[in-house]
Design a protein around this ligand. Sequence first.
Ligand code: UDP
Length: 327
Amino acid sequence: MVVYSGKAKDVIEVDDESVQIVFRDSISAFDGIKKEELTDKGKINCLISSKLFEILNEYGFETHFIRQMSDTELLCKRVEILPIEVVCRNYSAGSLCKRYGLEKGLEFKVPLIEFFVKDDKLHDPLITSEVAISLSMIEKKEAILLEAITRAVNEALRKVFESISLTLVDFKLEFGKTSNGRIVIADEISADTMRLWEKESGEIKDKDRYRQDLGDVIIHYQDIKERLEQVKSIPPLNLKSSVRVIIKLKDSVLDPAGEVTLRSLKRKEYENIEDVRLGKSSFLLFSETPSFALQEKIEKISKDILSNPLIENHSFEIYFGSDKLQV
Ligand code: UDP
């Protein structure tokens, strides 16, 4: 039974836990206004997606990908897709240039992360994470995790594409929730969902060839596929996650040290201060990529080791890389 039919893929139910994703030859742009059938496009994007998911799984990312079933079909975990698309950009291009009047090809020192609402009728509007949280599209914890995972995926895919002389300009990720509530990378990662430029010449290799009527779409997609097939082992990468855990006394618990600090501040003429509660922060550095599993691990460490749940509350944030440890 087809459970979902999109612009370029169909999703067929296999059982309660898994689905089959079928890549069609359809290609479309500008919210489906421009569309066409391109022979072999489904097959090529299916293989690109399959290869990239295999690579991500090997780096330790949690994805919905199980295995490739045929030329045009992937077996994947059944998930509920989150209503947010996460875009990561290393260079300016596409809608970002239009929105801010930027020239194409500016490199960002720190890759940009943007959230978009997954809704064709609204033309996938840009949304801040604050608004997405406020409108209950995602939880705060999820927004933080999606950003950290996307940054880590960028680091990994940038390296992979660099090894086959391609520049990863930008890409879009979608995430899904499995039946037991785990967040995994989902949908497709293909020449339709990223921008790739030839490293030396800057020649466009991705869906912009179709959007901009540059021709030879399939020739370039095929070339990406063939280069990816040459990647026999993943480039070594030291993916790290840093975590800040904040422990606070519960509101109902007396904090004598906080009270002493408050009195001392008042004596020093900091009059407009009403309350002081002392807490503690822990900074942890993990040699693994951000993931739902890491989130679970930190939840356990915070509860069992870093805090005393009888009298303390905890919260934490996961970042990709080790930079945030220096704050
Ligand atoms: N993208 C996508 N699906 C979308 C919107 C964007 O896969 O619905 C990809 C797009 O191919 C590009 C990146 O996300 O690699 C950033 O796209 P951008 O916001 O620049 O939008 P576009 O110019 O594609 O409209």
